[in-house]
Design a binder for this molecule. Structure first.
Ligand SMILES: [Zn+2]
Length: 377
């Protein structure tokens, strides 16, 4: 046989197979049309089904045409049933594949008609209809359709996970905020590990279009299609300490170990902050939280003092003094001896303070020092 003959022979075979395949598809379509009858012309367009019947995908692209088996099934005497599988799990059994198609088509049609803004309505699982020897319970198409439909509706209300779910997409446009990022610059006047905000960040705004994928009425995935920035965000600028600052010793040459007056996250460190010097540490805390003496000593001030609001000052000897500002209530008096960890006041928002916090300072021979190195050693 020449190469030309071989080509022609193959072309003929292909034509015959294709013709047969189209014939099979036509048969199947006729049954689908019959079973989906009852939908009106002005209803939303029928979705493309995404399930298979006996291994044949229920859609009309040429890829699938080629997959149709040409062999006629061997006739058997065993009665068969059509089983609907979702991700391989049995959902229900019906007498015929046509009835199974009716159930699946009706489900898609129902959920397509539920919300006209939803597109690409399809099954969330890989749904197949397979022929198996008759066994077990056989449902009526109406009964199975209603059961599956009600299960999906219940799932949309968060009740349970249905054996077959519905996925759909919707294009949504929203106006939303854009978060700002933080840029850091090193500051060798601050202790390593300390971070102070230099300039506040400003959130931006955008109009964004998303494709949202819903499963049983709940958003499962969001993918941005496009965005129009209405307002650019402005980065927050923060100083980051790099200095290996050593704790300075007191008058007798020793370095005392202080404890934090409250157990919380430091919101502002010692150092320059928005162009002004910050002489202590700020720790936000709920109003009324007990705060403790950072070291044992004698109370040298307890009262109102300008920006500090209600202030407690303790002298620890060796040149060290600590200050605790913005209190709601002071619990100690001048001249009183206190021990390390003893409650001396309650956290508040007095003086120059935007929200309840402790302002804590350590002073050595009258000058504020960075408290940070005095904790971790
Ligand atoms: Zn402060």
């Amino acid at each position: 046989m020449t190469r030309m003959d071989e080509k022609r022979r193959r072309a003929n075979l292909r034509r015959r197979n294709t013709a047969f395949a189209i014939f099979s598809i036509a048969l199947m379509l006729m049954s689908t049309v019959v079973f989906s009858a009852g939908t009106k012309a002005d209803e939303p367009p029928q979705p493309t089904p995404n399930y298979t019947v006996d291994g044949v995908p229920q859609s009309l692209d040429t890829e699938n045409v080629r997959q149709i088996p040409i062999e006629t099934p061997v006739p058997t005497d065993t009665p068969e049933m059509a089983v609907i599988l979702a991700d391989g799990l049995r959902v229900g059994a019906l007498d015929t594949a046509g009835e199974a198609q009716y159930v699946l088509d009706s489900l898609l049609a129902y959920f397509t008609a539920q919300d006209e803004t939803m597109e690409n309505v399809a099954f969330a699982q890989e749904v197949q209809v397979v022929s198996l020897p008759k066994a077990g319970r056989i449902s009526s198409p109406e009964e199975l359709y209603l059961k599956l439909r009600d299960d999906i509706v219940a799932a949309a209300q968060g009740d349970k996970t249905p054996p077959i779910g519905i996925t759909a997409t919707r294009v949504e446009t929203v106006t939303e905020r854009i978060d700002y990022d933080t840029v850091y610059f090193d500051d060798d006047s601050m202790a390593e590990g300390a971070v102070n905000v230099h300039t506040n960040g400003v959130r931006g705004k955008r109009r964004a279009t998303y494709v949202c994928t819903y499963i049983n009425g709940m958003v499962a995935e969001r993918e941005m299609l496009s965005e129009t920035v209405l307002k650019e965000p402005v980065s927050r600028v923060s100083r980051r300490g790099t200095a290996q600052i050593a704790a300075q010793p007191g008058a007798d040459g020793t370095v005392p170990v202080f404890m934090m007056p409250v157990d919380g996250r430091i919101s502002s460190y010692y150092g320059e902050r928005r162009g002004r010097m910050h002489y202590g540490l700020d720790v936000p805390m709920p109003e009324g939280t007990e705060l403790a003496a950072a070291l044992g000593g004698e109370v040298t001030f307890a009262g109102e003092r300008g920006n500090y609001g209600l202030l407690v000052e303790i002298d620890h000897g060796n040149g060290f003094v600590t200050r605790y500002g913005h209190n709601s209530k002071n619990l100690v008096k001048v001249g009183q001896k206190v021990s390390k960890g003893q409650t001396i006041a309650l956290v508040g928002n007095t003086g120059n303070s935007a929200c309840p916090h402790v302002h804590f300072e350590i002073r050595l021979h009258g000058a504020a020092v960075d408290p940070f190195p005095y904790f971790h050693r």
